[in-house]
Design a protein around this ligand. Structure first.
Ligand code: NDP
Length: 453
């Protein structure tokens, strides 16, 4: 069996070595998940709900340990990592209410009655990226388990540690063998096998658009169900009538959160021309004030990038001579650091303006009026997130409706909330996760006609 050495991105030192599953090991896991699914779906809904609550309690009891693991594996600041562990607990708790509310419908038909059932799709393959190892795992895992599916999760090769521990906590909570398994390994081996194996009935994938396209093609061979959460190039639109102070003060958090390694990063700031200079004056101290450093410190707001090769990719977007307006700091010494960087003015043909950077780099571009702002925001193949700032309620609603994106915030930099649906327009993905309807993605509707004549 091959193994992978996990590096701490803040120190470049090895953390631990993780065995990598092979295609044969993946097949054996799929067989276990298939066998376990029959009993799991037949479990009384109240028992399935109780087991999910017990799982949430285990995560809660080990939240500090999970947070510390994420700090070491992913370089996330400890305050963010604690929030992420709490998110796993909260998402499990939220969906633990679902098994007992998984109701169908009664439809009037001649000659009898028709009832619908929501049947679990079966074994789910959950392919998780390295940027948010805990939350993204929970967004697929919790509703799938609640729906009566069994789950095989494949964390990213770079960041397997919290997922592996969460898998152990599921067993300690009493989830039956085979109901939730975590397989560390390469995407091209374990992930590919989950896509290709006919007994895996649904894939949930979050990651790059390129790999998402390959997975979609692979799923097509089996007409396999699929949810895709892919890239983004989202806009933060600031109108001149907005609270410019607040918009500028929070803009760094809309793009530099998780060092910009966030599919929802609002990495194109669009500012109405008459407020542009004022916005830039206010943005500069906000960016320079972002605390970049040791992720173990409670004061740190931004940690390192995930790997040396990813830092090289990000750096390509800021070549020598790039129009750097201002940038923040990084610590000296080892670690894959990259400073928060603001570019302006930027050509709209520049890769940093058109492509997902997935690092702490943002462009600021002026616009003239509402129509111009909407056209600029929509001038991208992506449509995942976005923010807009204005005091005009009518404009807020008009622009929010016109921007082609799945998730928008008005006068706020927040993005994903587990109570509301999350997913993308255009090339940002397919389907929705989270929110009250998430179980629809893990169930098939069956209708049964019962003759009464
Ligand atoms: P990938 O899309 O390559 O990886 C995401 C997940 O898919 C990982 O678990 C990966 O496994 C797995 N995977 C890779 N190849 C296959 C395959 N053929 N079949 C099944 N699963 C596979 O993202 P990267 O890590 O390479 O990141 C590249 C870029 O993608 C980033 O710079 C960013 O732009 C974007 N990205 C977007 C994310 C988002 O949240 N929308 C998240 C992560 C990346 P493994 O890691 O083991 O190869």
């Amino acid at each position: 069996m091959t193994s992978y050495t996990v590096l701490n991105p803040a120190t470049e030192q090895p953390v631990t070595t993780v065995p990598q599953a092979s295609a044969e090991v993946t097949d054996a896991a799929i067989a276990r998940a298939t066998a376990a699914q029959r009993a799991w779906r037949a479990n009384p809904p109240g028992e399935r709900a109780a087991l999910l609550r017990a799982f949430a309690a285990q995560v809660d009891a080990h939240a500090e340990e999970l947070a510390a693991l994420e700090v070491a594996n992913s370089g996330h600041p400890i305050s963010a990592a604690r929030w992420e562990a709490g998110q796993v607990r909260d998402v499990l708790t939220y969906y633990s209410a679902a098994p007992e509310r998984l109701t169908g419908r009664q439809i009037p038909v001649p000659g009898g009655l028709d009832v619908t059932f929501k049947e679990p799709v079966g074994v789910v393959g959950l392919i998780v990226p390295w940027n948010f190892p805990m939350p993204i795992l929970s967004w697929g895992m919790a509703p799938a388990l609640a729906a009566g599916c069994t789950v095989i999760a494949k964390p990213a090769e770079l960041t397997p540690l919290t997922a592996l521990r969460i898998g152990e906590l599921a067993s300690q909570a009493g989830l039956p063998d085979g109901v939730f398994q975590v397989l560390a390994g390469k995407g091209s081996v374990v992930g590919q096998r989950l896509v290709d194996h006919p007994d895996v009935r649904k894939i949930v994938f979050t990651g790059s658009t390129e790999v998402g396209q390959q997975i979609m093609a692979g799923c097509a061979r089996h007409v396999k169900r699929l949810t895709l959460e892919l890239g983004g190039k989202s806009a933060n639109i600031v109108f001149a009538d907005a609270d410019i102070e607040k918009a500028a003060a929070t803009a760094p958090y809309a793009v530099f959160d998780n060092a910009g390694q966030d599919c929802c990063a609002r990495s194109r700031i669009l500012v109405q021309r008459s407020a542009f200079d004022r916005f830039m004056e206010l943005l500069e101290p906000a960016v320079k004030g972002v605390q970049v450093g040791d992720p173990r410190s409670g004061r740190t707001q931004m940690g390192p990038l995930i790997s040396a090769s990813h830092r090289d990719n990000v750096a390509k977007y800021v070549p020598d001579g790039a129009p750097v307006a201002f940038r923040g700091n990084t610590p000296a010494g080892p670690g894959y650091w990259f400073p928060p960087t603001v570019l302006a003015p930027v050509s709209m043909a520049a890769p940093v303006y058109t492509e997902e950077v997935f690092g702490p780099v943002v462009t600021v571009t002026p616009f003239d009026d509402e129509a111009d702002a909407i056209a600029l925001a929509n001038d991208t193949p992506y449509g995942l997130s976005g923010s807009l700032w204005t005091r005009d309620v009518g404009r807020a609603i008009r622009v929010a409706r016109a921007v082609e994106t799945g998730n928008l915030s008005v006068n706020s930099h927040s993005s994903v909330r587990y109570w509301t649906p999350f997913g993308g327009f255009k090339q940002s993905g397919l389907g929705r996760e989270l929110g009250p309807d998430a179980l629809d993605a893990f169930t098939e509707v069956k209708n049964v006609f019962i003759a009464t004549d």
